[in-house]
Design a protein around this ligand. Structure first.
Ligand SMILES: C[S@@+](CC[C@H](N)C(=O)[O-])C[C@H]1O[C@@H](n2cnc3c(N)ncnc32)[C@H](O)[C@@H]1O
Length: 278
């Protein structure tokens, strides 16, 4: 189920957002025409665009995205395309393609996808029965009220794909409170559901203080602190890699300018001996 969930996630995460049905239809037609062997690349592109901003959420989403790094048989790629066409036919880009995050938060796409794919025995074992949106709305109205503070926090210790947060964020937006100023932390035992929550957090744009931890809330009381530590490490790694890429790009620009001026590129100095090189 990681592959179909990842295909839906990649379409929902596609970084070019716009308002209006015309754009969603154009993008739908574009993706529908893509041949099967291009789909892993599409998934990698959508992933990379978000990794730059939130490497921690993309790392949590890896169980449904990392298959796109591997080689696949034509049969599997045919199936990947069939999943993509089904998601497109059912309007995935109409639900997730708007530039306004409130308009992308109308539905818990990853909940529908993951619970539909899961074997019912596994669902029963996990107790994976997500709160229906109407009930979640009623609970939010009671818990958050009509005058929510501009800054606060919510924690979900068995969060599924984050449907309760979706409704809470919409509740805040309707009352002119920006969910990006709140802290959202979700914990989930199942790696695929945690991956779905991480994807949802990006679609719903819950902001810089939104984190997801995959683990057991009952036996791992420090999951929140761990998720903050992992995030700091991944941000540092991202900064280092982006810094190196920027340096390489600057060198290339200089070499190209020298080439345009007819100056041949300087050769690197030859090493004198193995000892001095060391
Ligand atoms: C009934 S669902 C509720 C999901 C969400 N809170 C909602 O209301 O829609 C329970 C979720 O808790 C997760 N879960 C079960 N035991 C857990 C544990 N010990 N630690 C973290 N998550 C757990 C399951 O995988 C499942 O996704």
């Amino acid at each position: 189920m990681d592959i179909p969930a990842g295909v839906v996630a990649a379409l929902a995460l596609w970084p070019i957002k716009s308002d209006g049905a015309r754009h969603a239809q154009l993008l739908t037609d574009f993706f529908a025409a893509q041949p099967a062997d291009t789909w892993p690349g599409t998934v990698r592109e959508a992933t990379a665009a978000h990794w730059v901003r939130r490497p921690d959420l993309i790392s949590t989403a890896a169980p449904i995205l990392r298959w796109a790094e591997d080689e696949h048989s034509p049969d599997l790629l045919y199936a990947v395309r069939a999943v993509a066409l089904t998601a497109l036919k059912h309007g995935v880009l109409f639900h997730t393609g708007a530039s306004d995050p409130a308009m992308r938060s109308d539905t818990d796409l990853m909940s529908w996808t993951i619970t539909a794919l899961r074997h019912r025995g596994d669902r029963a074992w996990l107790g994976e029965f997500h709160t229906p949106p109407e009930l979640a709305e009623a609970m939010n109205r009671i818990a958050i009220g009509d005058n929510p503070p501009t800054v606060s926090s919510l924690y979900e210790c068995a969060g599924g794909t984050g449907g309760m947060f979706r409704v809470a964020a919409q509740h805040l937006r309707e009352r002119n409170v920006d969910p990006q100023r709140w802290t959202w932390h979700l914990q989930e035992l199942d790696p695929v559901a945690a991956a779905g929550a991480a994807v949802n957090f990006l679609i719903w744009d819950l902001g810089p203080k939104a984190t997801v931890a995959c683990g057991n809330t009952l036996s791992q009381p420090d999951l929140y602190e761990r998720s903050l530590g992992d995030r700091a490490e991944l941000d540092e790694l991202r900064d280092r890699l982006v810094g190196r890429a920027a340096t390489a790009a600057a060198h290339l620009r200089v070499l190209r300018t020298l080439g345009d001026l007819g100056v041949s590129a300087p050769r690197p100095p030859a090493r004198e001996s193995s000892q001095s090189a060391a």
